[in-house]
Design a protein around this ligand. Structure first.
Ligand SMILES: [Zn+2]
Length: 327
């Protein structure tokens, strides 16, 4: 095994290792490990399936859609304007629809949507809600959960963040385009729901490093150098848990995998290409292993200062690691 040639290769390697660790573990283990960082889905699935355990069956549907813009937009995530010159990995939205039923009687429901965007601001949340409501008039949008993968390589969703340029897509036009597709995907997932069950997994992968470096004088600097004599430590913790939920129908067909990683998707945050960042190759690999039609719902767990950028050993392989890798 050779030392990873680049951070992106490293991430591919790390996520490949994680994928192989995606085996179902005992539910009790997951309850203890996940409550603090994976609360939403845990509560939803638990309520949907366990609270009505006497009589309820879980029904699940999933769908994905491509929300890569069809004309060059700005890229959000840096202070200065960047105009997209193409797409590295497509931007997607991935939808999981959940419903519990007692016979034919619906008991509770939720739709979870992971979106390759920077943040779920009102500027995109409200149009998504309206689009879902239009497609599914009977669905309570109070039970719609929209999450961002926090890529820094997706269009802004608010007009006026950057001075508009000719030939560059207006952010609100992009939002209309994306929300319409996401609403259609929500309808597709909802209509596809069928009796299903779920299992849970816990793997580990070093995706995040804390971005704040602490120095001998007690100061800390975001992305400060770590190869200087007065560097002492990274300031805060990183969470390397990779929590998963696997949803299968009664014929054991895998419908969707929800993967929670406590790290924003922003390894390639400075270039001029649209990208879902590490979720792009991660989804590709998981679908190679699990099936092209399996929906991968990537969630960003608690990750204020964690970042996917290498914070040390950036210049050359650590000789000890290189030796142990060869061994
Ligand atoms: Zn950010």
């Amino acid at each position: 095994m050779s030392f990873p040639a680049s951070r992106r290769q490293f991430l591919k390697t790390a996520s490949a290792g994680t994928a192989s660790a995606f085996t179902a573990t005992s539910y009790a283990r997951i309850v203890g490990a996940n409550e603090r960082i994976f609360p939403c889905l845990f509560v939803i699935v638990a309520v949907l399936s366990a609270a009505h355990a006497q009589a309820a069956t879980l029904h699940v549907g999933a769908a994905s859609c491509d929300i890569t813009p069809d004309m060059p937009p700005f890229l959000a995530g840096q202070f200065s304007p960047r105009v997209s010159q193409g797409a590295e990995y497509p931007l997607t939205a991935n939808v999981l629809a959940l419903e519990s039923r007692d016979g034919d009687k619906p008991l509770d429901s939720a739709i979870i949507i992971s979106v390759d965007t920077g943040a779920v601001r009102a500027s995109i949340l409200l149009p998504i809600r309206a689009a879902v409501q239009q497609q599914l008039p009977g669905f309570d949008v109070g039970k719609l959960i929209v999450a961002a993968t926090h890529t820094h390589s997706a269009p802004p969703t608010r007009d006026g963040q950057f001075k508009q340029q000719e030939g560059v897509q207006v952010p609100s036009d992009y939002v209309k385009f994306a929300a319409a597709r996401i609403g259609a995907a929500a309808q597709q997932a909802w209509n596809a729901r069928r009796p299903a069950r779920f299992s849970a997994g816990l793997g580990h992968a070093v995706v995040a490093y804390n971005r704040r470096a602490v120095y001998a004088d007690g100061t800390a600097v975001m992305y400060g150098p770590t190869n200087v004599p007065h560097f002492r430590a990274l300031e805060g913790m990183e969470d390397h848990d990779v929590n998963t939920r696997f949803f299968r129908d009664t014929g054991d067909k895998l419908l969707a995998i929800v993967v929670n990683v406590s790290c924003p998707s922003q390894e390639v945050e400075n270039n001029r290409l649209l990208s879902s960042d590490y979720w792009g190759p991660t989804r590709e690999m998981l679908q190679e292993k699990s099936g092209r039609d399996v929906t991968i719902v990537g969630l960003c767990g608690v990750a204020g200062d964690p970042s996917p950028h290498l914070r040390y050993r950036q210049m050359r392989p650590d000789p000890i690691s290189a030796v142990s890798c060869r061994a």
